[in-house]
Design a protein around this ligand. Structure first.
Ligand code: GLU
Length: 492
């Protein structure tokens, strides 16, 4: 209870560490986190790692790291502890066992001796019948029959005895949904190796951890009637559910690897800002009445409500995500941007491990020139690598169009001499020099600017020519002109 007497909101994110954190999972985590923060409740992280074969310590780390990076801090869970510890299911097996026994004793569950092979064969025979469900073969075994099956060396699983009737779920987003029990079929709650199945462990943990709302992806809706039946059988109160719409790719099929990268780590590595991800993911299925696009943290928490989560699927659009990241980069403090760019420049070997203040100054100038254009941090290497090394590759198209002209060698030769004599080497003076040069050679200014741009950067587009020359400095500008002249001599 909270002070006002209202029940405190407690929500959870319950990933299985069987892969990296997917954008869909991150969106589920975010909606739970926002809901908890909006209601001043608790956000709980629980690791559902009972599928030993598919879970790994590495993925567990990656999932936690991704959540931390996104800023989705949890109030209870791994590394944090809490009243209902442990929060890792593989450390709670004795709890599931206890409840499984209770159900067995009460006749609400029974031992099933069918082997995986037998179940598989049965499934194959049924193939055309909808829906596929357990035959009920072991539902009413006598103790003699059980003994003789055990004598064969079979290890039983525990199956839940689904009672007749209908399950009604009042979903906060979808309204009332009903499920016919007869279509469900008795399902396993404890496998023959003693580990619980997802539905069983989930129900017990959600109940014992005093979760109030289950906010999760639509794909879990078929699990909900099973979970509701278990709540009833265990005399646990039924929780409130909100199934949030699926995330689709741009072709309207379920978002998957086919649509390109979908893991949070990938976007992090590329240089998306954590808040861009949060802001973008918040809009996947949720909106304000005025379709606001950009939010600060507190504002998002204050505005987020389940009532404004839509019913139709959301489309994951990497182009919009990139655009949004570019917008956030533009709004960034320059020093902060420099700090974020450094690791990319370092990884590309464009700057030294130990950086002097002149290099930092240079990065700052480059960042100022690129801040408007860069959309993802890693793009700095391609967009601005030429600032840090003279040894860049020339793009063949501008070389063909701008440098392979008869007038270019003599122009560059003269340019080099005049620049050498230029003092001070400043943007304004350089511009005047180049315009004068154009007049002296009876060329248009762009016939002078373009070859110089290609000589200095290897490409056609980029930041302002005089500004970029200013960042390079006189010595480097001359060196690059000479390199181009050399190339010309070798007929490019
Ligand atoms: N471990 C489940 C998953 O990762 C959790 C589903 C749920 O939220 O109930 O999909």
């Amino acid at each position: 209870m909270v002070a006002s007497g209202r029940v405190e909101v407690r929500v959870r994110f319950a990933p299985s560490p069987t892969g990296e954190l997917h954008v869909g999972g991150a969106r589920t985590a975010l909606f739970n986190w926002l809901f908890a923060r909006h209601h001043r409740g608790k956000f709980i992280l629980r690791i559902e790692d009972t599928d030993v074969a598919r879970s790994s310590e590495n993925f567990y780390r990656v999932v936690l790291d991704s959540l931390k990076w996104l800023g989705l801090d949890w109030d209870e869970g791994p590394e944090k502890g809490g009243r209902y510890s442990p929060y890792i299911q593989s450390q709670r097996l004795h709890i599931y066992e206890k409840y499984a026994h209770k159900l067995l004793e009460e006749g609400k569950a029974y031992l099933c001796y069918c082997t995986p092979q037998e179940l598989e064969d049965y499934k194959r025979r049924l193939e055309k019948e909808e829906p596929l469900r357990y035959s009920g073969k072991c539902r009413n075994l006598s103790s003699e029959e059980r003994k003789s099956l055990e004598a064969e060396g079979r290890k039983p699983a525990l199956r839940f005895r689904v009672p007749p009737g209908t399950v009604w779920v009042d979903d906060l987003l979808r309204g009332r949904v009903s499920f016919e029990n007869r279509l469900i079929g008795d399902f396993i709650i404890l496998k023959s190796d003693g580990t619980p199945t997802y539905n069983f462990a989930c129900v017990i943990d959600d109940s014992l951890m005093k979760i109030t709302h289950i906010i999760r992806g639509d794909e879990h809706l078929p699990n909900t009637p099973r979970q509701v039946l278990l709540y009833c059988a265990l005399d646990f109160p039924i929780l409130r559910f909100a199934h949030i719409p699926l995330i689709l790719g741009r072709d309207s099929s379920k978002l998957s690897k086919r649509h390109g990268a979908t893991s949070v780590s990938y976007y992090r590595g590329q240089g998306y800002l954590p808040w861009t991800m949060v802001n973008y993911l918040a809009l996947l299925g949720w909106s304000t009445s005025d379709s606001q696009q950009f939010f600060g943290r507190d504002e998002l928490i204050q505005k987020f409500t389940l009532e404004r989560v839509g019913k139709s699927a959301a489309i994951f659009d990497p182009m919009k995500l990139e655009w949004m990241n570019g917008e956030y980069i533009r709004r960034m403090d320059l020093d902060e941007l420099v700090n974020l760019l450094i690791p990319y420049l370092r990884r590309a070997d464009l700057i030294e491990e130990k950086m002097d203040s002149a290099t930092r100054q240079k990065i700052l100038k480059v960042a100022r020139l690129e801040q408007e254009r860069i959309k993802v941090l890693s793009q700095i290497v391609d967009l601005a690598g030429f600032f840090f090394t003279g040894d860049f590759a020339y793009d063949p198209i501008p070389v063909e169009k701008r440098l392979k002209k008869d007038y270019v060698p003599s122009l560059l030769e003269e340019m080099r001499m005049r620049i050498e004599a230029l003092s001070p080497f400043e943007e304004k003076e350089l511009e005047e020099l180049l315009r004068r040069l154009a007049r002296d050679f009876s060329l248009s200014p762009s016939e002078v600017f373009h070859p110089l741009r290609v000589a200095l950067t290897g490409r056609m587009k980029g930041p302002g020519l005089f500004e970029l020359a200013g960042v390079l400095g006189k010595g480097e500008v001359i060196r690059r002109i000479e390199r181009t002249l050399e190339m010309h001599k070798n007929s490019l």
